[in-house]
Ligand binder design. Sequence first.
Ligand code: APR
Length: 228
Amino acid sequence: MKKVIVLTGAGISAESGLKTFRDSDGLWEGYDIEEVATPQAWERNPALVQEFYNMRRKSVLEAKPNAAHLALAQLENKYDVTIITQNIDDLHERAGSTNVVHLHGIITRSQSSINPDLTYPVNGWELKMGELCELGSQLRAHVVWFGEAVPMIENAAQLCTEAEIFILVGTSLAVYPAAGLVNYVPQYVTRYIIDPNIPVSAGSGIVEMPYKASIGVPMLIDELMGID
Ligand code: APR
């Protein structure tokens, strides 16, 4: 089976009701990212950060996969598909995709605040102050903050070098190191991008599909399913 690597961003979940980051003046649900998504924010005001991610978790649990997530899951019937997502939601998994790399973590899990390798499922939407990991430290959301290392990046880069077909969906390619992954895809590989606002850093020679994910992804998947 041909190896398809898909890199997704916030745009694929926009039509499921989860807001993107850079479509709203650099604010994330009304917050400055520095206030809620950095280690310094956690040091300054852990309760605020916890509450912010509790709200995000609540929205994620209420959201449903859309036609784009579902189409990508169907692609597994004919291709060896790996999804590398920057999203912290679990909509790819709920749509049925079985091979998903979460570059920036996943909100449905918690993480020890002293050892990022210790992660646990969160029961429901609320992670409370006072809930501790097995080492006795406060649990936080299992997400990668600005200024933190991205542990899965090397694995993701390797996957990109192995791509036989590469698809980008709904990402502004504004945040590194994730944005740099496109450079690991060999130039001769057929590459597609689905985004109503195609970022220039997607590179030249890429097939541009300037559509919303729920339209563009099923369109492309139909085409790929028809190729022998
Ligand atoms: N369908 C497809 N693409 C869409 C849609 C849609 N319905 N709506 C918006 N988009 C596109 C926008 O045009 C933009 O290119 O989705 C992209 C969203 O970009 P960002 O908000 O920057 O999201 P993303 O690229 O995922 O951000 C990367 O930044 O804030 C951090 O860690 C966070 O993982 C996130 C990372």
